[in-house]
Design a protein around this ligand. Structure first.
Ligand SMILES: Nc1ncnc2c1ncn2[C@@H]1O[C@H](COP(=O)(O)OP(=O)(O)OP(=O)(O)O)[C@@H](O)[C@H]1O
Ligand SMILES: [Mg+2]
Length: 301
C-alpha cells in the first residue's frame, strides 16, 4: 500500500502483544492481540472493523488512538508518527481523535448532568474559557435540548445516554472518531436512530470513522470499506460492496455465510462466534503482506 493524499490515519506493521502469565505470575507466552497490521483510514470515510470476539479490533483501535502502546510498528496521523512523539506533544491529538463506546451506562458518570458530562472533555482538551455554549451546541446536535441537559444519566434511556456519549465525543471537534460497537448494547428499535445520527453527524462535521461492529448488516449499510480481523491479523480489506459481493478470504466467506439475510435477529446471534482450535485455512507462522486481488481489495495469503 502506498501513501494516499486522502489518508488521515495509517497503521504500519502495528503489533500489540500481551504477556500470558501462568500460576505465580510467571510469563508463559505471548498473546499477539494485534499482529503486524497495516492499513490506512481515508479522510471522510467509515472504515468498518469486523471479526469475532477477541480478534483484536478494540486493541487495534486503541493503538491507533495511542490509548495503548504499540509493541512494534508505527501509527501516522496526518503524516505525523504518533508513536515517536513525546507524551506532552500527543495532547493535541487526544482532542482530534475521539471514542464512542459500546456501553452508554458505564461510560457516563452517574453523578454528573448531561451538560456536565459534555463540559468535561471541553475543559480538559480545549482552551475555551467558557465552554458552556459549545457543550449546549453539541447536545443540541445529538437532540438533547431544553431542561434535559440538566438531568442525570439515570433519567435517560439507553439511546439518549448514547447520544450524550456522542455529544461528548463531537464537542471537542475531532476529525477522527472510533465507534466501538456503538449500538450493540441498545434495543434493536433504537439502533437505527443512533446509526442515522452518526451518519448525519459525519456529513455535517466531516468526520472520519473507524466503526467496530459485530453486526454485518449495519456494516454493509454504513461502511465505505471493511477490514476483517482474525486472531490479531488483518485478513481482508476492501470496498464494502466488493467484500460482501466477492469475499476472497475463507474466513471472510465464513463470516458472511453466518448472516441468514432473511432473519436479522438470528443473524446477530449466529454471526461472529469465536472459533476454537486451529484455523481451517492456511495460517503462516508470521503474517505475510496482503495481496491486491483487484484495485484496493487486499487479501491475506
Ligand atoms: N490489557 C490486556 N491484557 C491482556 N490481554 C488483553 C488485554 N486487552 C486485550 N487482551 C486480549 O487481546 C485479545 C484481543 O482483544 P480485543 O478486546 O482487542 O478483541 P475484540 O476483537 O475487540 O473483541 P470483542 O469483539 O469481544 O470486543 C483478546 O484475546 C483479549 O483477551
Ligand atoms: Mg472489542
Amino acid at each position: 500500500m502506498t501513501a494516499r493524499t486522502d489518508e488521515l490515519l495509517r497503521a504500519e506493521d502495528v503489533s500489540r502483544h500481551f504477556p500470558i502469565r501462568g500460576p505465580f505470575g510467571t510469563r508463559t507466552g505471548v498473546l499477539k492481540a494485534v499482529d503486524r497490521v497495516t492499513l490506512d483510514i481515508r479522510r471522510g470515510e467509515t472504515l468498518a472493523l469486523v471479526g469475532e470476539s477477541g480478534s483484536g479490533k478494540t486493541t487495534l483501535g486503541r493503538c491507533l488512538l495511542q490509548m495503548e502502546p504499540v509493541t512494534s510498528g508505527r501509527v501516522r496521523y496526518e503524516g505525523v508518527d504518533l508513536t515517536a512523539l513525546p507524551p506532552q506533544r500527543r495532547r493535541g491529538y487526544h482532542r482530534s481523535m475521539q471514542v464512542i463506546y459500546q456501553d452508554p451506562f458505564s461510560s457516563l458518570n452517574p453523578h454528573r448532568t448531561a451538560l456536565q458530562q459534555v463540559l468535561e472533555p471541553l475543559r480538559v482538551l480545549t482552551t475555551d474559557a467558557d465552554p458552556t455554549g459549545r457543550a449546549l451546541e453539541a447536545l443540541e446536535q445529538v437532540g438533547i435540548t431544553g431542561d434535559a441537559v440538566h438531568k442525570y444519566p439515570r433519567a435517560f434511556s439507553g439511546g439518549q445516554r448514547q447520544r450524550i456519549g456522542i455529544a461528548r465525543a463531537i464537542s471537542v471537534r475531532p476529525a477522527f472518531v472510533m465507534c466501538d460497537e456503538p449500538v450493540s448494547a441498545l434495543d434493536v428499535s433504537i439502533q437505527a436512530q443512533i446509526v442515522n445520527l452518526l451518519t448525519r453527524l459525519q456529513g455535517e462535521l466531516g468526520l472520519t470513522y473507524l466503526f467496530i461492529s459485530h453486526d454485518l448488516s449495519v456494516v454493509r449499510h454504513i461502511a465505505t470499506r471493511v477490514a476483517v480481523m482474525y486472531r490479531g491479523r488483518l485478513l481482508e480489506l476492501g470496498d464494502t460492496e466488493e467484500v460482501f459481493a466477492d469475499p476472497r478470504h475463507p474466513y471472510t466467506r465464513s463470516l458472511l455465510r453466518a448472516i441468514p439475510v432473511a432473519d436479522p435477529r438470528r443473524a446477530r446471534a449466529a454471526a461472529l462466534r469465536p472459533s476454537p482450535g486451529r484455523p481451517e485455512f492456511d495460517w503462516p507462522e508470521e503474517p505475510q503482506p496482503l495481496v491486491e486481488v483487484s484495485p484496493g481489495h487486499l487479501v491475506a495469503t
